[in-house]
Design a protein around this ligand. Structure first.
Ligand code: GLV
Length: 319
């Protein structure tokens, strides 16, 4: 839904804020030699760049007081929270999100973590280093219960991967709706605690919005009975500070976390040295140059026709 004052706008001068800005600029220039581009790491962009530009392509907001003359931001990530927090972009500024499907990659990341826990890969690697022959019982994913919180594109792909392993897959979403061919049972967020109680795997794939912030609270963890928490959404969706206690109390048996309230995860976080926690540095779903370019070009083409696009962020929903 277009917010009332955000009208399609076709920029001629585009600022690219990304580590891979040179590659992205090359791809965009090849497709649209009629446009002008300036690129840099988003942290190295200047107020002058943003005063020059009309459109912006990048995942994160440059650390500058304003977006200058930028009238359209195309976020190259799935989650647009960097453009909503701590300050929301003005409502008359167009905000679109990536068209790239991160679901397949994040699903492999989540499945790899579940298998690493069930197959005890970390402990076995440690035993190998110590030349220790250590037989043990190995659990299978088959027959276990996966609760996927967030049943959009990412959650649906994750659910499909767990279902393929023989898990029973439950979905939790705002509306209680989800793909019935993937989720054997769907629940609304209001029933989260009840569903969490049956989870062997509690997989979070939610974007960060006013509604989802802190959703996986201490109370939700308390209702778990030895689940493994797997978070590929956003760190702030989970009460990160409650995780060590939830592990000690046995509410959670383990956690695999790709996203954190603060990134990089601060050195003093107790999560680093907790052997029940598997940490990865926000790499579960990576933006590609082709995907970033395609999404931007699709939105641009729509705006040039004076039309809106399905990738326009609904400011009320925040995704
Ligand atoms: C990564 O976290 C993304 O939102 O694409």
């Amino acid at each position: 839904m277009t917010s009332p004052s955000a009208v399609p706008f076709a920029p001629r001068r585009i600022v690219i804020g990304a580590n891979a800005h040179a590659e992205l600029e090359q791809a965009l220039r090849a497709a649209r030699p009629d446009l002008e581009f300036r690129g840099n790491r988003y942290t190295d962009l200047t107020a002058d760049d943003l005063a020059w530009g009309e459109g912006y392509v990048g995942f994160k907001r440059p650390p500058l007081p304003s977006m200058g003359n930028i009238r359209w931001v195309h976020c190259t990530g799935a989650g647009v929270d960097s453009w909503l927090y701590p300050d929301e972009l003005p409502a008359d500024l167009l905000l679109t999100r990536s068209s790239e499907s991160f679901g397949p990659m994040i699903a492999e990341w989540a499945l790899a973590r579940a298998l690493a826990f069930s197959q005890q890969l970390v402990d076995l690697a440690q035993c190998q280093r110590l030349h220790r022959w250590a037989p043990r019982d190995i659990a299978t994913l088959r027959g276990s219960k996966a609760v996927i919180v967030g049943t959009g594109d990412v959650g649906t792909h994750v659910g499909r991967h767990f279902a393929a392993m023989g898990c029973r897959v439950y979905g939790v979403s705002r509306t209680g709706e989800g793909d019935a061919s993937v989720f054997s049972t769907m629940a609304e967020v209001s029933a989260l605690k009840d569903v969490a109680a049956i989870a062997d795997w509690l997989v979070v794939t939610l974007p960060l919005t006013a509604r989802t912030r802190g959703l996986i609270s201490r109370e939700v963890m308390m209702s778990c009975r030895g689940a493994i928490l797997i978070n590929a959404g956003r760190g702030a969706v989970v009460d990160e500070g409650a995780i060590p206690d939830a592990l000690d109390k046995g509410w959670l048996k383990g956690a695999a976390l790709d996203v954190f309230q603060e990134e990089p995860l601060p050195l003093e976080s107790p999560l680093w040295q907790d052997t029940r926690v598997m940490i990865s540095p926000h790499i579960s779903g990576l933006t590609t140059i082709d995907g970033a370019a395609a999404g931007f070009l699709e939105c641009l083409a729509a705006f040039e026709r004076g039309e809106s696009t399905r990738w326009l962020v609904d400011r009320a929903r925040q995704y």
